[in-house]
Design a protein around this ligand. Structure first.
Ligand code: IVH
Length: 660
């Protein structure tokens, strides 16, 4: 195998791993910019070495595909997409070429995740995502946790009712969740759509319920069966049955009316509490829909009018550098404030230095900023004709703005880095938030603002220092009262008894999030075995590539890191199990567990960790392959399914006996 093929194979594994963490597990381990850099490197290699390219790899697929993590559901009637038009003339052409002149319903196009809900005799029995249109994922359990999804219909018709719509996150929830994620050092969602998609496919029901997703229905399947002959009536019908619909819709006599609706909502949409990127225009007379028909992917009786992304001109005042947890330096554009898509914008992301030189962006330039689906605006291009000659070409500084260390650019990475992992205050600040995050030491209250205060106070030079501060130390931090200081001390004390996998995650080893950390703990059992492991031994673990293996090995080769680990050991942290024997480890080898309902002695996550530590697997849905269903309190439809499939059902106590 030549070196390029080897690198491509490695990149395929890495991209797959990180895409899974981001999209399926909602728990990314690396910043988006690093993920993008991996994909970019892979794309470049694919272009140069097509013979090693994997044609069916996820980056080549259009649209979603049903994930392996949920059971599959076949849609009796395919869930289609919509064709797009981008201006009034295209809208006219779309309908007049097949002689349709109205009336039409105009509805806002909701930027969420399409789902189908099935009610049997008025009771919600199944929900699925669109998947590839024919086969979606069974997300019934998760939809049951969304308050906005009615579990029963009002005055329901007998038999089966299928309705379709969009799961979404309101802007208010989105802002609140991102604020909390930021406070906890978690990953920020790029936009409400991503947040909704990530949340709906969450495995942890508690998080899903907390996040408060919403739903709007817009499609009644087989409407005529219920005496409904018009889309406008269908919307009213849905509402009468208790299904939420979005109220910004109107019945338009003809295309001119539809165009008025579209221009009215162009600005008004920013007053809505959810993101819409267009208007869906549907022929109101739904009895004609079957005659008019569909292409393989979209109906001919409806179309989506997409609003152009909002753009504005403003001045680029400065380019600042922010230093991330892993030392990656990201340039940020500081703009003269300008109104864009309903909000005031004064910053834009620049992703990386290559983008600045590719677009030839100079400080002082007049730039065009755009807000597309992403909440953070970006610079589209520069108005070169407005240049005065005073603009300054941006140069990456030679030294880190936070600690003055000399910046490095590793040959295999697009990003610039501050190499001072041990004591760069900017990295330490981000590292602290990561350390305290939920998957790490889960220290409530130690978020962004407290991390900033700690660093500014100069009281800590390394992570373990937070455990040496006294009540007075905490109280001398700006605005920390005695009560808060006591709370923090109690949280810190509690964090000392977290399992070893949390500490290993919290250390912030590059590429090692909760998932990789638990693979390492499964294999090596404790810190000393891990420390002694070679790169080869680490990369033999399924799910850990050579890049992560090297990163782990390098981490343990660094004196400052070894010192940090010894600090934690003397503070009484768990460093893993003393005696690790293979037999003990793999008693649940090959067994697949599914949990339903709540457990009384531990959370489902903790139970899952125990199963994995013993070599078993955890799945979210029941299938023939499931070995055991562990039934806690308040079980749902999984219990019935397990009985149907003859899957063995255990009580919580039986489960505890098995793993003890
Ligand atoms: S009707 C047969 N109405 O947009 C097609 N779709 O880009 C039925 N969408 O797949 C779709 N708001 O997920 C319809 N008011 C609305 C919508 C809507 C959002 C989504 C839907 C569709 C996608 C196409």
């Amino acid at each position: 195998m030549n070196i390029f093929e080897a690198r491509m194979n490695e990149l395929y594994e890495l991209v797959k791993h990180h895409a899974e963490l981001y999209y399926d597990k909602d728990a990314p381990e690396i910043p988006d910019s690093e993920y993008d850099a991996l994909v970019r490197e892979l794309n470049e290699l694919e272009r140069d070495y097509p013979e090693f390219s994997r044609k069916d790899f996820l980056t080549h697929k259009v649209g979603g595909s049903p994930s392996e993590l949920f059971a599959k559901v076949e849609h009796k009637i395919p869930m289609l997409s919509l064709d797009n038009v981008f201006n009034p003339d295209e809208l006219t052409n779309f309908f007049t070429r097949i002689n349709l002149s109205g009336p039409f319903t105009c509805e806002m196009k909701i930027d969420g995740l399409a789902v189908s809900l099935i009610y049997q005799d008025g009771v919600f029995v199944q929900g699925a995502t669109r998947g590839n249109g024919n086969i979606g994922e069974d997300v019934t359990e998760n939809l049951l946790l969304i308050d906005a999804v009615p579990k029963k219909l009002i005055n329901p018709p007998a038999g089966r009712v299928e309705v379709r719509g969009e799961v979404l996150m309101t802007l208010e929830r989105f802002k609140a969740i991102n604020a909390r994620q930021e406070e906890r050092g978690g990953k920020l969602f790029a936009n409400p759509r991503n947040a909704a998609a990530g949340t709906l496919r969450q495995k942890d029901g508690k998080i899903l319920a907390e996040r408060g997703l919403d739903i709007f229905l817009y499609y009644l399947v087989d409407a005529e069966k219920f005496g409904v002959t018009r889309q406008s009536e269908a919307l009213t019908w849905l509402k009468e049955k208790g299904l939420p619909i979005q109220e910004a819709w109107s019945l338009c006599e003809n295309l001119d009316d539809a165009k008025n609706f579209i221009s009215h909502w162009h600005d008004e949409r920013y007053k809505l509490n959810y993101v819409t990127d267009g208007v869906v225009i549907k022929l109101d007379d739904l009895t004609q829909w079957p005659n008019i028909g569909s292409t393989s992917h979209a109906p001919r009786w409806a179309v989506a009018y997409k609003y152009p992304p909002e753009e504005a001109r403003t001045k680029l005042l400065d380019i600042k550098i922010s230093v991330g947890r892993t030392g990656v330096l990201t340039p940020v554009a500081i703009l003269e404030p300008v109104r864009l898509a309903g909000t005031q914008v004064s910053r834009a992301s620049l992703h990386n230095v290559d983008e600045i030189s590719r677009k030839d962006i100079r400080v002082g330039d007049v730039v065009i900023v755009r807000k597309a689906a992403e909440i953070i605006p970006e610079i589209v291009n520069v108005d070169v004709s407005a240049r005065t000659g005073q603009e300054k070409i941006f140069m990456m500084p030679a030294n880190c703005p936070a600690c003055n260390s000399e910046i490095v650019r590793l040959p295999e990475e697009a990003a610039y880095r501050c190499p001072n992992r041990a004591s760069c205050p900017a990295q330490l600040k981000e590292g602290l938030r990561y350390f305290a995050a939920r998957d790490g030491m889960n220290i409530k209250g130690l978020g962004k603002s407290l991390a900033e205060k700690l660093i500014a106070s100069g009281k800590i030079k390394t992570l373990s220092d937070i455990y040496t501060l006294s009540l007075e130390d905490w109280m001398t931090l700006d605005k920390i009262g005695e009560k808060s200081a006591q709370n923090i001390l109690a949280e810190l004390e509690a964090s000392k008894s977290r399992p070893f996998v949390n500490l290993l995650t919290a250390l912030g080893i590059l590429g090692v999030g909760k998932n990789a950390a638990s693979l390492l703990v499964d294999e090596f059992g404790n810190i000393d075995n891990l420390k002694a492991a070679s790169i080869d031994e680490i990369s033999e673990i399924e799910g850990i590539g050579p890049v992560i293996a090297r990163s782990v090995h390098e981490f343990f080769g660094n004196q400052a890191n070894l010192k940090l680990i010894e600090d934690f050991r003397s503070l009484g942290f768990s460093m893993g199990s003393e005696n690790v024997t293979l037999k003990e480890k793999n008693t649940l080898d090959g067994k697949i567990f599914v949990f339903t309902g709540s457990l009384s002695t531990m959370t489902r996550d903790e139970a899952g960790e125990k199963v994995k530590a013993l070599g078993g697997k955890v799945s979210s849905s029941i299938s023939k392959k499931t070995t055991y269903l562990i039934a806690g309190d308040k079980t749902g439809s999984k219990l019935q399914k397990a009985e149907e499939l003859g899957v063995k059902i255990l009580t919580e106590q039986e489960f505890l006996d098995m793993i003890s």
